[in-house]
Design a protein around this ligand. Structure first.
Ligand code: SAM
Length: 280
């Protein structure tokens, strides 16, 4: 039974971290011309209405993407530009953001002639909305399990691969499943760039994923974690990303982006740490 709906959380601090990493990885990979297979294992419904009852119930975007948007004129890193232009394309350049792109919409922005995008989404209404949105022959929407579905697509037709693995972790076994899937995917496509999101929880459940990746044979795994300054007593206190095979210089560039927006009156109210979970 799938109960998680991303509409309650779209544009929160975790999405800012995750989609910054996605946009930066895609931008850096596209400095070369060769085609890229993009895969989005847990896609959600593509575009979210930040004024909807669901979004307003939590107000999470107010302390996430709206903060970034308010700060856009003082951001000095040019790596913000792809994100800002996607947001401006959806919302215009003035006023608060009304709509927020989910991962398939970020991927779509980067699709060139030789690239393709496969999205997986199991939730019936989310996958229906995703199919309605994906009106391009270069985008495939698959209503099946994203982890096994992605493995079935490997190795891709294109010479390069960028995968986002972003489950809702409603089922505790997903932490181990993600680690096992990464291991298998890496064996099928070692040069692929894999972005894996995970929540940082007071329960520490995410440690199972971290430990399994650390003990596995996948090499070159960067870890970026942001922690809320005002931590709730229970639940999610931060947001983490593992990036396998990041392009050269990605670590410094992502750090510089997050440093610019993490604190201060107009910041996200987070601290940031980055390290190599597994070196080359
Ligand atoms: N990646 C999206 C983004 O960044 O905008 C958010 C995805 S949300 C965290 C997780 C999504 O995975 C939900 O829409 C949920 O319905 C879907 N889902 C859950 N289990 C799944 C599975 N086994 N395969 C594919 N999708 C699944």
């Amino acid at each position: 039974m799938l109960s998680y709906l991303h509409a309650f959380h779209a544009g929160n601090f975790a999405d800012v971290q995750k989609h910054s990493a996605l946009a930066l990885a895609a931008t850096m990979m596209q400095s070369k011309k060769s085609g890229i297979a993009f895969m989005d294992t847990h896609a959600g419904s593509a575009v979210y209405d930040l004024g909807s009852e669901r979004a307003r119930k939590t107000g999470e975007a107010d302390s996430g993407i709206q903060k970034l948007w308010e700060a856009r004129e003082r951001l000095s890193s040019s790596d913000w530009q792809p994100m800002l232009s996607v947001l401006a394309g959806l919302n215009g350049k003035v006023g608060q953001l009304k709509r927020y792109p989910g991962s398939p919409a970020w991927f779509r922005h980067f699709l060139r002639d030789d690239d393709s995008l496969v999205t997986f989404e199991l939730h019936p209404t989310e996958s229906e909305r995703l199919s309605d949105w994906a009106s391009s022959p270069k985008i495939r929407v698959v209503k099946s399990d994203g982890l096994s579905g992605m493995l079935n697509q490997l190795p891709p037709r294109q010479p390069r691969l960028l995968v986002l693995i972003d489950p809702s972790y409603e089922i505790k076994s997903e932490y181990a499943d993600v680690a096992a899937t990464l291991q298998k995917a890496w064996q099928k496509c070692r040069h692929g760039v894999y972005l894996i999101w995970y929540p940082i929880l007071t329960s520490g459940l995410q440690q199972e994923l971290i430990d399994a990746v650390r003990q596995g044979s996948v090499r070159k795994v960067l870890r970026s974690e942001v922690y809320l300054e005002q931590r709730p007593e229970r639940g999610m206190t931060g947001s983490g990303m593992l990036v396998v095979n990041p392009p050269w210089g990605f670590d410094d560039r992502l750090s510089a982006m997050i440093e610019e927006i993490k604190e201060g009156p107009k910041g996200l109210g987070v601290s940031h740490q980055m390290d190599w979970l597994v070196p080359e």
